[in-house]
Design a protein around this ligand. Structure first.
Ligand SMILES: [Zn+2]
Length: 421
């Protein structure tokens, strides 16, 4: 599976660069409106939404298309097509949904450059193709225009830039680069670590060498709870106030952005910490429970206890995908396995699977009457995932019957995941 990362950079715009980018953005708006006009026309006459091919043809018939490189002028047609398709789907459930609207003619649209519409010079400078039409119109002498990047938000990874999208901002331009990463050199030596994504603790890990670690997410989850509650509160206030709704929605979106930022920081720091520990700790593979099993328990019933409500708003998918790409940078594979039954169906200390002999007591403590073991329920889950995976790949599970070391604990303090014990 190809792997991409995205980087945002601010473009250094001298007068010529500015003029050319602004002209291209203006043309993109023009083509967008042309495609939209056609789409509405087709809809009015036939009651059908136009196909992508129809919209591409419309754009191609516009005299303005020659001012943009090939493919770049198709981007507005794709945007209109996508807009219409989602409106078409939405209107089945929402009668008030409106089709996409025209862009004001002074509005500058984003411009998309696929791989064949730019190249990278030896010195790393991006060279944008200037179409013949635009060259002629502006009297620009070269086939390519150098695009100097003032700074990238995050340094560029090693890889190949596959696509550039230039976004007009207030008074300047930004470039969004999509970068294809090379296949990592996978580690062949090292330990295996299993991760249990839990409700109370976002991450609990168990390593082949017997070490376990718990990331306690209390503060992060209480942030989530708080912002979700606030959002619900403001939302209902908006519904009661037909007047001034706009101001309220604006404050709502500001607020959820702020909440999302706080939670986002915690998650980034979480995945970064784990990836760093794995990278320096001679780990070659990280196993996580398959996400399909997370929302339902083993009988297929949805969880409805209080703690799982918080958890369901926790962006698990995001945690896993961040973890995956951060680990891959060090050549560590992330493997997903079916985790059903690993959390409470088995005692990881003695391997007992007789449910009558085990129970979960207060504060997530797992007790097994077979071996007399008391173990944190999430640690038990992580150790079970590890045992299941090792069994799958035919590796003996070592030291599972030995005494269990205390898990080390990290807690989110608003800035970092600090070791607390
Ligand atoms: Zn046991």
């Amino acid at each position: 599976m190809p792997r991409y990362e995205c980087r945002v950079g601010r473009i250094e715009t001298d007068i010529t660069t500015f003029r050319i980018l602004a002209r291209m953005s203006w043309v993109a708006t023009k083509l967008y409106n042309t495609a939209l006009w056609n789409a509405r026309d087709v809809w009015d006459k036939t009651g059908k939404i136009p196909t992508g091919i129809d919209l591409q043809k419309t754009v191609y018939e516009s005299p303005y298309h020659v001012l943009l490189p090939a493919h770049t002028y198709q981007h507005p047609a794709h945007q209109v097509g996508n807009g219409f398709r989602s409106w078409f789907a939405l209107r089945k459930s929402d009668k008030t949904a409106r089709p996409p609207g025209f862009r004001k003619k002074e509005f500058l649209s984003s411009i998309l450059f696929t791989e064949d519409a730019f190249r990278i010079a030896h010195n790393g400078i991006i060279l944008l193709t200037i179409s013949k039409g635009l060259k002629d119109e502006l009297g620009y002498p070269d086939k390519y225009m150098p695009l100097r990047i003032l700074r990238w938000g995050t340094p560029l990874p090693v890889g190949q830039i596959k696509q550039l999208e230039i976004m007009p901002r207030n008074g300047y331009f930004e470039v969004h680069a999509k970068i294809l990463l090379p296949e990592p050199e996978w580690r062949t030596e090292g330990r295996i670590v299993a991760i249990d994504l839990g409700m109370r603790n976002p991450v609990t890990s168990a390593s082949e060498d017997g070490k376990t670690e718990i990331y306690k997410g209390g503060k992060l989850l209480s942030h989530l709870r708080y912002w979700n509650k606030e959002r619900a509160r403001v939302q209902s206030a908006i519904m009661e106030r037909p007047k001034g709704r706009k101001d309220w929605s604006r404050s709502l979106s500001r607020m959820s952005k702020r909440g999302a930022r706080q939670v986002g920081q915690g998650i980034h720091a979480l995945t970064k910490q784990i990836a760093e520990d794995c990278s320096s700790g001679n780990v070659k593979e990280v196993v996580v429970g398959d996400l399909g099993g997370i929302k339902k328990d083993k009988d297929g019933k949805k969880w409805n206890d209080k703690s799982s409500q918080n958890w369901q708003q926790f962006p698990i998918r995001e945690v896993v995908s961040q973890l995956r790409y951060k680990l891959e940078r060090s050549g560590i594979r992330l493997v997903e396995i079916d985790e059903r039954g690993t959390s409470k169906g088995r005692c990881s200390a003695c391997g007992n699977e007789d449910r009558k002999l085990m129970r979960r007591v207060h504060r997530g403590l797992f007790v097994c009457a077979n071996c007399g073991g008391h173990i944190n329920a999430d640690v038990n889950g992580a150790r079970n995932i590890l045992a299941r995976y090792l069994h799958q790949i035919g590796k003996p599970v070592e030291g599972s019957s030995g005494g269990l070391a205390q898990p080390s604990v990290r807690r989110w303090n608003g800035h970092l995941w600090k070791v607390v014990s």
